[in-house]
Design a protein around this ligand. Structure first.
Ligand code: COA
Length: 156
């Protein structure tokens, strides 16, 4: 069973303890490093782009094992869902969909009914399940073909 937890950026004076933001972040970064840097070959500077402090972070665990990650930023009047990942051995169990639904709910709970994703192009059907629609032409990001997808925006 996947347990999802959400965290703000930790305060610098935080005393580390189980479940605290420092621990959540460290484990979410572990997942991101394995999936995006290790598996997909994305370099450190692109993956850790200096925007993590303005985001909220999501960690998914199975037992004590960190298996899923995500982050949400709020760069305007919409939320941007990013760094959605499930470690390879845990894929195909519904965790990716559970994580995406959790992130949408977290954005909505903060008053952001409109959300965007730069989706890896082959995952359009995956995000469409959650009501995301592709917009415009595919583009390259981090050497991978992406497409802008959004939900909650007026159609047209
Ligand atoms: C995308 C990802 C999060 C899905 O996680 P998951 O736990 O396997 O997802 P689920 O088990 O909930 O759902 C699997 C679905 O994703 C689809 N999917 C997974 N990987 C896919 C791929 N490479 N190409 C196309 N579809 C894919 C499956 O076909 C399946 O479809 P369904 O909705 O009809 O069942 C995971 O594959 C991953 O971390 N990939 C690498 C990181 C990445 O690319 N992240 C997305 C950035 S935009």
């Amino acid at each position: 069973m996947l347990t999802l937890q959400l965290s703000e950026w930790p305060s610098i004076s935080e005393v580390p303890s189980p479940g605290c933001p420092n621990e959540v972040l460290q484990k979410a970064f572990f997942v991101r490093s394995l999936v995006f840097c290790g598996e997909q070959g994305i370099g450190y500077a692109l993956e850790y782009d200096g925007l993590d402090a303005e985001a909220i972070h999501i960690l998914g665990r199975v037992g004590e094992e960190p298996v899923a990650s995500g982050r949400i930023r709020f760069p305007g009047k919409h939320a941007k869902l990013e760094r959605i990942a499930v470690r390879a051995p845990w894929r195909g169990k519904g965790y990716g969909h559970q994580l995406t639904a959790f992130m949408i709910q977290a954005a909505e709970a903060r008053g952001f009914a409109r959300q965007k994703i730069h989706a890896q192009a082959h995952l359009q059907a995956f995000y469409a399940v959650h009501g995301f629609r592709a917009l415009g032409e595919p583009f390259m990001e981090a050497g991978i073909e992406h497409v802008l997808m959004q939900r909650g925006f007026p159609a047209g």
